[in-house]
Design a protein around this ligand. Structure first.
Ligand SMILES: [Zn+2]
Ligand SMILES: [Zn+2]
Length: 231
């Protein structure tokens, strides 16, 4: 205790505060805040204009506010211990609050808040660039058997859409799908083989039938699967 009373801040003359690295903590924070926490001059986030997913460290994150917060927080560099980053993003600006401790013993808390311009930049993701190039690995053909009930056929279409939505909730790759009405019925296209085949399996099980399967080699040598389902 006696030792603490002898301390004297060379910058502001204070004696009645905790000290860190030879300075009172207030002066230390003032002089070193940009080393402790550094912000970019503006925050640029990349987002797919089609599916809304955010780009994050070479991956894609789902289109949620949580993802946006995670991406923005990753632009801040902190040397604090137990860093906590709060992100409050508005349309074209964001308030970031960073808190933590200066010392490993977690005795000297530090908190800084900064408002920065926010720019959301459009960048088409891999899945959507395939999708918008008509790329697909699986096609499901929904067809109506001659003389069968129209309602059964419409139920099949509704079930395919429903299974797709359900799968999409678990696996956003399944979001990469589109449908097209043709003269013979409706075709459903899936960018990814696995998600398309999962839909086929769900329908086969539900209707207790086997889809007719055929393959052909598409452009760039990739195999395309067609499943034909008739009710
Ligand atoms: Zn001082
Ligand atoms: Zn996308």
């Amino acid at each position: 205790m006696a030792d603490k009373e002898k301390k004297f801040c060379p910058r502001c003359g204070a004696t009645n505060r905790p000290f860190y690295n030879g300075l009172c903590v207030d002066c230390y924070k003032e002089l070193h805040s940009t080393e402790l926490v550094s912000f970019p001059s503006k925050v640029v986030v990349e987002r797919c204009p089609h599916c809304g997913k955010y780009f994050y460290k070479g991956k894609c994150l789902p289109s949620t506010y949580n993802s946006l917060q995670k991406v923005i927080a990753s632009k801040v560099k902190s040397k604090l211990y137990k860093t906590k980053i709060d992100v409050d993003a508005a349309y074209n600006s964001v308030v970031i609050t960073v808190s933590g401790f200066i010392d490993a013993e977690e005795q000297i808390p530090f908190k800084i808040e900064k408002e920065l311009p926010l720019k959301i930049k459009g960048k088409v993701c891999d899945t959507c660039s395939k999708l918008h190039g008509n790329y697909h690995e699986v096609k499901i053909q929904a067809r109506r058997k001659k003389g069968s009930n129209r309602k059964d056929y419409e139920k099949l279409l509704a079930d395919i859409r429903h299974s797709t939505r359900k799968l999409r909730a678990l696996d956003d790759r399944a979001a990469a799908f589109w449908e097209k009405k043709t003269r013979e019925g409706t075709d459903f296209f899936y960018v990814h083989k696995q998600s398309g085949e999962e839909i086929v399996k769900a329908i086969e099980k539900k209707y207790n039938l086997k889809a007719k399967h055929s393959t052909r080699i598409g452009r760039k040598g990739r195999r395309k699967h067609t499943y034909s389902i008739r009710v």
